[in-house]
Design a binder for this molecule. Sequence first.
Ligand code: SAH
Ligand code: SF4
Ligand code: F3S
Length: 455
Amino acid sequence: MKRVFIKTYGCQMNVYDSSRMMDILNAEGYTETDAPEKADLVLLNTCHIREKASEKMYSDIGRLDVMKKERAAEGVDVKIGVAGCVAQAEGKEILRRASAVDLVVGPQSYHRLPHLLRQKGRAIETEFPLEDKFDQMPAVTQRIGLTKPVTSFLTVQEGCDKFCTFCVVPYTRGAEFSRPAAKIIDEAKLLADKGVREFTLLGQNVNAYHGIGTDGTEWNLGRLLFALAEIPQIKRLRYMTSHPRDMHEDLYTAHRDLPQVMPYLNLPVQSGSDKILKAMNRQHTAADYLKIIERLKNDCPDLALSSDFIVGFPSETDDDFRDTLQLVETVGYASSFTFSYSPRPGTPAASMEQLPENLKMERLHALQALLMKQQTAFKESLRGKTLDVLFEKTGRFEGQLGGRTPYLQPIHADAPAEMMGQVVQVIVTDVGTNSLSGTLVSKQPQPAALAEANI
Ligand code: SAH
Ligand code: SF4
Ligand code: F3S
């Protein structure tokens, strides 16, 4: 029996990919272990988005190298593999720098893992193959045996053709590609039958989805959401990450008309300055973004918003930064992801004149302080409200269950175990830094048949 340990860095798509690699390795006779020192194969599923992310990988490899030598002294041959976006961006460099690494595999080649593992010597696969990797993988069933997830990611679109000047994704994930709707629906049904009640559809540009529909026509993300909402067990649908350029009519309608589509949206704006948005090649203005938000709020008044922001992009002045703060004041965010610009090799912005580190940090902290104030105010506004909560895990204390509000905040309450996987009404009683607390409106779990039928 061979054992595998996978460490995942970076975004949700890497989390999904790790689970798919686990499916593939299970079919190859590997079982999962949660301790790298017990593994015969250690896979690092890496992220290249900012400098820190790739540095982390190299320091982890250093530690694994020591472990690998200790195990070799005991007669055990441990293999170390690097997958993900660093593998794609600097695969050869990894093999040169890190002698402990046996295998390098890019995100579009995971279906080739069994072949690479059987190869003698060190193996590398970072081409963008013509075949669809998803077609070559075993079905998603394997991982369900280990835990029984209530929520799941589901990749529907991958890659990016937008080439924002700061971003490595078009180089690491390749050209935009949408999975056929029938494949997505089959995967969702399979997981729903196993107990999954909430899906987060994933894509680097998820709302650019344009896959072939079950009727043979091209579907957008809105159409896909309508089709998934017909699966009776599915109670909640979310999607990320979206681009303002790809908002479309059907998506507004999905937010307005589908109760399964949760009133939460991460729509990254990056900056509030038109000059910086142009230099970033985002292909929209601050006013375009605000118009989208207005329309969304019109169709879905309780929509909670989130965004990604980059501060300290080359040539950003105090005035440009003030425009970002102004946009944040105008929109009002329930959550956010803030980053200081990190030059990435090979991207256009990396060769522009860079701002000093201390200025970037100053701006980052100022933006974070404003966003934190808004986030706290949003959470406080939920106090005393009755919200639908989907319970997805046991709580920290005996007799508790944990779940999420429609707006994605973690919340826990005393609740019977049968409520796992059910959407129940919870009154928010307390607002903590990491999680909300609540009490159940009714202590009675739904009868299994009703819960299943989504009534
Ligand atoms: N596809 C998504 C985001 C992908 S990367 C989109 O188009 O918005 C996730 C986030 O990382 C980005 O939204 C951006 O805010 C941040 N990011 C990407 N490259 C970065 C860089 N070089 N430096 C700092 N932050 C970066
Ligand atoms: Fe990166 Fe821009 Fe593509 Fe998003 S849209 S993945 S930020 S290049
Ligand atoms: Fe990182 Fe690649 Fe995701 S660079 S953010 S793991 S797409």
